[in-house]
Design a protein around this ligand. Structure first.
Ligand code: TMP
Length: 233
């Protein structure tokens, strides 16, 4: 399908219109940012890895009953997706304390949560994606109650599926961020699922195999991204 004008350029992706008004092309970039764009860099090959990994996971989730925006892989860096209107929510699921949750609750990174924790953030770069709850969502109409219920149902189901999927590959799924959109009025999983948006630890060594290696200057960034994709294929 022919790419037409660019609709939107984000920190890690570009979105293009196509000849079919119901289909967009997403192109994944090697650009990496952290701390709301304050830290900038390049992770060579990241775009290819995130594209391939997201495609593989969207396909697997779709087969297990989660509707997604994914249609097909087009090239190393591009996928065809359904047109969605993204809900302005970042949906975070956590199984193990890390990052901002560890800080907020004063927990050591690695403490296992008794039950999965779902958090909402308001997707707004100018505000630094502040954490919100369902009352904020309802009060300023970021999504309807029915949409929020669907988002929560899907997020918990996706967590269960992904925990098992990664466990079989000797990877602990610590936490991750999802975005959902509306396609023909229905809630579907959108955006990406990749080492940019998840925390993955090696099941045996707890070595970080995700974007924390870039955020925290841990080295071996490209190697970690390659390692994760290699274990999935
Ligand atoms: P946090 O611990 O920094 O709040 O991150 C929680 C999860 O969300 C982690 O897997 C990384 C992911 N994440 C994003 O995908 N985008 C972001 O902008 C941030 C801050 C986190």
């Amino acid at each position: 399908m022919k790419k037409l004008e660019m609709l939107y350029e984000g920190k890690a992706k570009k979105v293009f219109k196509t000849e079919d008004e119901k289909r967009y092309v997403i192109e994944y970039k090697d650009d990496a940012t952290a701390f709301n764009g304050v830290k900038k860099g390049t992770i060579v090959g990241k775009g290819v890895i995130n594209n391939k990994m997201s495609a593989l996971l969207f396909k697997m989730l779709e087969e297990k009953g989660i509707p997604t925006h994914f249609v097909e892989l087009l090239s190393n860096r591009e996928m065809l997706v359904k047109d969605v209107q993204i809900l302005p929510l970042e949906v975070i699921m956590r199984n193990v304390a890390a990052g901002s949750l560890a800080k907020r609750l004063g927990l050591e990174e690695g403490v296992v949560m008794k039950t999965p924790v779902l958090e909402f953030c308001y997707k707004n770069d100018d505000l630094g994606d502040p954490m919100i709850n369902e009352y904020h969502i309802r009060a300023v109409e970021l999504a309807t109650d029915d949409q929020v219920e669907k988002v929560k149902e899907y997020a918990f189901k996706i967590n269960e599926i992904l925990i098992d999927f990664f466990k079989e590959r000797d990877i602990k799924l610590i936490d991750f961020k999802l975005e959902f959109g509306l396609h023909d009025g229905e809630v579907v999983l959108a955006d990406e699922i990749s080492p940019d948006t998840c925390r993955f630890w090696d099941a045996n060594t707890n070595k970080k195999l995700d974007k924390d290696r870039f955020r925290r200057d841990l080295g071996d960034v490209e190697e970690a991204y390659n390692e994760i994709l290699g274990r999935l294929q």
